[in-house]
Design a protein. Structure first.
Length: 177
């Protein structure tokens, strides 16, 4: 089922399909702008971490270990491409622990580039995108309505929008170093 069909199933609106599609595209871009591109095995992302000679690095978007991970570290302008045995992926893909390599001593170099496919969170992202469209459709509708003693106010748009987007924020696990 398309995202447009899913939105139309959840809300009653007189907005056109073109307008709803535009709203879907805008919400999708808001998610990408805040949390990076959607997970795609054909398009790994690369993050650079200032490692400061630590043993473990926190990765904001968890690594999907079903796909290759390419790690390059630098120490004093020397680069090393790490082998699988030079590090471990821990904490559900959120932590990289250094365990060997040419620079030795189980510590990361100065800067570390990690190219990887993040764990797919597409279903959660789709729910947030649909929620953002629902919220926007409500905002474009009635702001408040009063009938006799009954008064209905629209939700706090900015607060609810932020709550939806924050639901995609990375969760930190517990990892003791």
């Amino acid at each position: 089922m398309s995202m447009l069909d899913r939105v139309k199933e959840r809300i009653e609106t007189d907005l056109s399909d073109d307008e709803l599609t535009l709203m879907l595209n805008e919400a999708n871009q808001d998610v990408i702008n805040r949390y990076g591109p959607h997970a795609d095995p054909d398009a790994p992302i690369t993050v650079t971490v200032d490692a400061s000679r630590r043993r473990a690095l926190d990765i904001v978007r968890p690594i999907d270990t079903a796909y290759p991970v390419v790690i390059t570290e630098s120490v004093h302008d020397e680069l090393e491409l790490l082998a699988d045995g030079d590090y471990r992926v821990l904490n559900g893909g959120r932590t990289l622990q250094r365990i060997g390599g040419a620079f030795g001593n189980g510590q990361w170099g100065d800067l570390v580039d990690v190219a990887y496919v993040p764990v797919a969170d597409g279903n959660q992202r789709q729910e947030v995108i649909i929620g953002l469209v629902q919220l926007e459709a409500e905002r474009r509708g009635v702001k408040s309505h009063k009938a006799g003693d009954l008064s209905v106010e629209a939700v706090d748009y900015v607060g609810e929008r932020e709550r939806l987007l924050q639901s995609l924020a990375p969760r930190r696990g517990l990892f003791v170093r």
